[in-house]
Design a binder for this molecule. Structure first.
Ligand code: ADP
Ligand code: NA
Length: 324
C-alpha cells in the first residue's frame, strides 16, 4: 500500500488556502493509502512563537484534522515533536545538503525579507521537512503549490544520499491539485493567502464566524470589468473567488460562469458567502465537540507510538548506512 505524509504548522489562523490546497486532499487519500498526518510544531518555531499558545495551537490543528473528516482508525495523526527521530534525521540531512541549494529556496527569501534576526532554523527548515517525509518511506506528499520547491529539494537530497550510501530512501512525489493549490489573498490577489498577513480580511480562517467571512468576501478585491469569467492573468480577484466557490460547492468553473452570466460581482459574492458559511459551520460544529474532549490527547499519544515505530526503523537504516 502506498504511503502518504503531510503536515500543517500549529501557528493559528488555519485558512481556506491550507484547507483547499492541502487538508481536503488528506481526507480522500486515507481511503486508499497508508496516511501519516502530522502537526509540525518543530517547524513553527523557525519564527518566534508564544510558549503559552504553541501546544494549544497543536491541539487546534489536530482537532481540525478530525473535524474535516480524517479518521484516526484509517490515518495516523501525530505531533512532530513527540517523535524525536524527526529532529535527528533533520540533522543528518543538514550534513548531506549544501548551502547553495538551500540558498535557492524562495520561501526563505520571502520569510526572511526585511527581518534583521532570522533564525538558522528558518534557513534549514527544508531539511527538517525532508526528514519528516523520508522517515515514513513516503510515496506521495499532498501539499499546496508553495511547497513544490521544498519537495523537489527533498527528492534531490534523497537521491543523492541513495547514490552515496546505497539504497536507503523511497523517493517521494508531490501531489498538487490542479485547482485550489494556490488560493490568493482576498485583499490582494497577487499574493497567496497566508496565516501571517496583517490584514485579517485578507483570509478566511476555518474558525471564522459567518459575519467575519461575509465581511472578507464582500470586501474582496475584484476589477472594474463587471464580467464574471475565469481569467487568472487579467482577473485574478474574480478568478480566485470562482476557484473558492468551485472547490467548496463541487460545481465546475464553467458551470459557475454560466450561472452568473449577466450578473454582477455582488451576486457572486453573496452566494459565495452562503456556500463557505455552510461548509465551515459543519466543520466548526465537529471541531468544538472534539477540541473540548480528552479524546484528542489519546489519539495523539497512540499516533506518536505508531509513527515512532515506522520512523525509528528508517532512522536506524540511515545511521547504519552512514556508519554510526
Ligand atoms: P502556511 O504556508 O499558511 O504558513 P503551512 O506551512 O502549515 O501554512 O502549510 C500547510 C499546507 O497548506 C501546505 O501544504 C501548504 O502548501 C498549503 N498552503 C498554504 N497556503 C496556501 C494557499 N494560499 N493556497 C493553497 N495551499 C496553501
Ligand atoms: Na507553507
Amino acid at each position: 500500500m502506498k504511503r502518504v505524509f503531510s503536515g500543517v504548522q500549529p501557528t493559528g489562523n488555519i485558512h481556506i488556502g491550507n484547507y483547499l490546497g492541502a487538508m481536503k486532499q488528506f481526507v480522500d487519500l486515507q481511503e486508499e493509502m497508508d496516511c501519516f498526518f502530522c502537526v509540525v510544531d518543530l517547524h513553527s518555531v523557525t519564527l518566534p512563537q508564544d510558549p503559552k499558545s504553541i501546544y494549544s495551537h497543536t491541539l487546534d490543528v489536530a482537532s481540525l484534522y478530525l473535524a474535516i473528516g480524517i479518521d484516526p482508525k484509517k490515518s495516523t495523526i501525530f505531533v512532530q515533536s513527540h517523535v524525536p527521530a524527526h529532529a535527528e534525521l533533520g540533522w543528518l540531512l543538514q550534513c548531506n545538503s549544501y548551502m547553495g541549494e538551500l540558498n535557492r529556496m524562495t520561501q526563505f527569501k520571502d520569510k526572511s525579507k526585511g527581518s534583521e534576526s532570522v533564525s538558522v532554523g528558518l534557513f534549514t527548515y527544508p531539511n527538517l521537512m525532508a526528514a519528516d517525509i523520508l522517515l515514513y518511506d513516503t510515496h506521495i506528499v499532498p501539499v499546496g503549490n508553495d511547497q513544490k520547491q521544498h519537495i523537489e529539494l527533498c527528492r534531490d537530497i534523497a537521491i543523492r544520499f541513495n547514490n552515496r550510501f546505497g539504497e536507503t530512501f523511497v523517493i517521494p512525489e508531490p501531489q498538487i491539485k490542479k485547482s485550489g493549490a494556490r488560493i490568493m489573498a482576498l485583499d490582494d490577489p497577487s499574493k497567496k493567502m497566508s496565516k501571517s498577513a496583517e490584514n485579517p480580511l485578507s483570509r478566511i480562517t476555518l474558525m471564522d464566524s459567518p459575519e467575519q467571512l461575509k465581511k472578507a468576501i464582500m470586501k474582496a478585491t475584484t476589477d472594474s470589468e463587471g464580467q464574471i469569467r475565469f481569467d487568472l492573468e487579467n482577473k485574478a480577484g474574480v478568478s480566485n473567488l470562482l476557484t473558492i466557490y468551485s472547490e467548496f460547492s463541487g460545481m465546475s468553473i464553467s458551470e459557475l460562469e454560466q450561472k452568473y452570466e449577466g450578473l454582477g460581482y455582488g451576486a457572486l459574492k453573496k452566494d459565495l458567502v452562503e456556500v463557505v458559511t455552510a461548509s465551515l459551520s459543519s466543520i466548526q460544529q465537529r471541531y468544538h465537540e472534539i477540541r473540548n474532549s480528552d479524546e484528542i490527547r489519546n489519539i495523539l499519544k497512540e499516533g506518536a507510538e505508531k509513527a515512532e515505530q515506522v520512523a525509528n526503523i528508517t532512522l536506524r537504516r540511515v545511521k547504519e548506512k552512514m556508519g554510526f
